[in-house]
Write a protein that binds this ligand. Structure first.
Ligand SMILES: *[C@@H]1O[C@H](CO)[C@@H](O)[C@H](O)[C@H]1NC(C)=O
Length: 428
């Protein structure tokens, strides 16, 4: 009797795990994949025969730390920009932890801008991410949600997307981790080939047609998880650039920089109206003598168009889920009353012994929050380092059940045929 009982429990457990496995993605089938929760990867929105009726969404996003200076600069740039529907323009931030001022993160969020993840450590180079295991990524992004929630006093449900530093795609890892964290979309995946016409956002239910200029393509099916593709720009020398600030201009004048932006915008605006990305580091605005001026002019130019809407990345996904001609959104992005008692905290970064000033909402941490210690609690020397609050379960790999540390090795070079088997869970 007892043995049978245990057997039933084991079978039940096993089928529960199996039903939550990420399968290998099949080619997309539009008869099975439809909006709002599934979309095949495609350069066509298929909303209307005349694509010029589709509103042109423009996403401006800034990567890396949000400092007080960057906050002021960005607020200043966008304060007068109102979309044709009367809603104030909102932008996106992919925040990395170090040097970030969390009271400013709170303020941006409260004003309706979008806060996304760009990791705690940012890694030292692209190799860090290329070889990062799913467990490490779970800590880099999962614990970053903990940091932002605690120190910027932000509702974690409002964190919807991530961008892996260096656009380093390493097979399924980052996508599976993002899905497990309950995120809506990825913004790490660039395309060099599907630029004219540009690739529209799509879900990972089925196999993607997107090229992987950096890193190894994912192969898993991740139902309902969106890719916000980074459609490369082409610079004045014919080179592709993911970040606008990496594009090289022939004539480094206000007019020259403006023309380069315009040329890239027109590919979308006169083409299939795929969302247009202005992806940059705020530091670029201060570089050279003309960047800021050219950028301002370009924003103004865009804002004069009756069918151009500045939208955050998750607004872009919302639109693609329920696309329409004319006015793209039913409501303005929600804003929140500020609730952040800002505090400047002198803390030590334990891994290097360096001092950091960290501005937070509410209570100061005891030490500088970092990977493995997102709450910034001082560690007693005798006790073991406490790990993530969003601790990763060790994933299994089909076939040979390799421990997770070996996953990156099997995924080097061409796309791996190993499947990660993670239990799924949703953020509450
Ligand atoms: C758009 O329509 C074309 C032609 O019918 C079809 O081949 C394609 O799969 C559709 N794309 C999507 C995303 O539904």
């Amino acid at each position: 009797m007892k043995a049978v009982g245990i057997g039933i429990v084991l079978v039940a457990l096993w089928s529960c795990v199996v039903s939550e496995i990420y399968e290998e993605a099949d080619p997309c089938d539009t008869s099975k994949c439809f909006l709002p929760n599934c979309r095949c990867s495609d350069i066509r929105l298929n909303l209307t025969l005349n694509e010029l009726e589709i509103p042109q969404l423009v996403s401006v996003t800034f990567d890396d730390a949000i400092t007080a200076l960057i906050y002021t600069e960005v607020i200043d740039l966008f304060k007068k920009i109102v979309n044709p529907d009367g809603c104030k323009a909102k932008v996106g931030f992919y925040v990395s932890h170090e040097y970030t001022d969390y009271s400013k993160v709170h303020s941006l969020w409260a004003q309706g801008h979008e806060i996304g993840l760009h990791s705690i450590t940012h890694g030292t180079d692209s190799d860090y991410w290329k070889h990062a295991t799913a467990e490490l990524m779970m800590e880099e992004f999962g614990q970053q949600i903990d940091i932002i929630e605690r120190f910027a006093n932000i509702n974690r449900k409002d964190i919807k997307g991530l961008k892996v530093p260096y656009f380093e795609i390493s097979g399924d890892n980052s996508f599976v981790v993002a899905d497990k964290l309950g995120l809506l979309y990825d913004a790490s995946w660039s395309t060099q080939y599907l630029t004219d016409p540009g690739l529209w956002p799509y879900t990972m239910d089925y196999r993607s047609i997107q090229d992987c200029p950096i890193g190894t393509c994912p192969t898993a099916s991740i139902p309902g998880f969106w890719i916000n593709p980074l459609v490369d720009w082409t610079d004045d020398f014919g080179n592709k650039c993911v970040m606008m600030d990496a594009c090289v201009v022939e004539d480094d004048s206000v007019e020259g920089i403006f023309q380069m932006m315009m040329k890239n915008f027109m590919v979308h605006y006169k083409g299939n109206r795929a969302p247009f990305g202005l992806y940059l580091h705020a530091a670029w605005l201060e570089k050279g003598d003309h960047n800021l001026e050219a950028f301002k002019l370009f924003l103004q130019f865009l804002n004069e168009k009756p069918d151009v809407y500045f939208s955050t990345p998750s607004q872009v996904i919302d639109f693609v889920k329920n696309p329409k001609t004319g006015i793209p959104f039913d409501n303005c992005r929600k804003t929140t009353r500020e609730s952040c008692r800002s505090r400047l905290c002198p803390v030590k970064k334990e891994s290097t012994g360096e001092d950091r000033w960290m501005t937070v909402c509410g209570q100061c941490p005891e030490v500088y929050p970092w990977l493995g210690n997102p709450t910034g609690k001082a560690q007693k020397k005798t006790t073991r380092r406490t790990r993530s609050t969003t601790k990763a379960t060790t994933p299994l790999v089909k076939q040979n059940k390799l421990p997770v540390e070996d996953v990156s090795q099997t995924q080097e070079g061409t796309a791996s045929n190993s499947r990660l088997l993670f239990p799924k869970f949703t953020r509450n």
